[in-house]
Design a binder for this molecule. Sequence first.
Ligand SMILES: O=C(O)CCC(=O)C(=O)O
Ligand SMILES: [Fe+2]
Length: 378
Amino acid sequence: MAAQAILKSQYEANKGPATIGDLSETLKRNGEQGIPEHLKVCDEDLSTLESGIHEDSEPRGQYQVPVIDFSLLQTDRLALVQMLGDAARSWGCCQIVNHGISVQSMQQLTAEGYKYFELPLERKQQSRSYVGDNTTFKLSSLHWAESWTIYGKGSWEDLDAEVLSAWPEGNDSLRIIAAKFFQDLEELTKQLFELYAEDLGVGSDFYSKHVDSSELMVRWNHYPACPNPWSILGAKTHTDFNLITFLLQDQVGGLQVERDGSWFGIQPIEGSLIINFADGFHVWTNGTYKTAVHRVLVNTRKPRFSFTAFWFANNALDYIAPDELVDANHPRLYKPMNAGEHKQKTVEKRSKVDMSNQREYSKVLRGTDMLNQWRIHS
Ligand SMILES: O=C(O)CCC(=O)C(=O)O
Ligand SMILES: [Fe+2]
């Protein structure tokens, strides 16, 4: 049987290949021919994968996604509010530095989590949330990656259970550092939501008062070096369907965001936090802030690691943009979008889509169809 057929039948039988590493070995032997259809970069993306981009990070001068110094909060709040707002409107994304969360604790958090990927496969597979081969996990926006997920905030239960399943002997440093990070991120998120409210001219706690009832899901990701960078993306082009996402990437880089049909790399900066607006916030601002369309390139030589923190609004919340954001020139764009329903529908759609149908699959990942379901058509 040809390599592709073997892989395909393995996928269909749902028994492997067990890891991206296995798949990588198969692809090294079989070249482009071995790539399963649903892993292939769609034509739309193919034309925008610039040469050489996967081998090294982009040169510094070409990075355009705003990097915002959060310490302006102390010296020039107005300027900070304006920068945050501008970035959210035009990019749906920015990077913040000097955000107040200790860089050292973030480095520890990522490094401790990334050790997870070095554990024996059998151990990792004991975790409820381990995904060794994201290509078979249809719900995921990741493709060439393995990942480990924990539900954070408030409860220690999931954190404890997950940490213990990976390290039965315990791993207090990860447990403590993660719990502290969840708390710090919650504070920062509230602060940011107030600044965004200020930019939008709505009541200062309009968004921030919902942080307490929101949920946090965090994920460590490992994208192994990939022998076929021209045909495979680490994460295909997608939007996040939650409220807002915070990201940390290592120095390898590869995260890109789309603006007006062009792709821009996000500069790796140690200790920074990348903010990606997701579908929820987009609707909640009557479309004022973009939902970031993003993707991840793979690297031929270096593995890449990232850490993502997804805020999900409480399932009961209806995203309704405040009246201040609606006027004759800005008619209301969306019906009240229920957070739980949007999540459920998106998950369902992503898990049912025929992944070998490029057009359909990429539409579902981009979230366009899903958001359109809530759109008011005038
Ligand atoms: O790894 C990254 O930088 C991005 C991952 C991502 O976009 C996601 O998990 O939704
Ligand atoms: Fe994403």
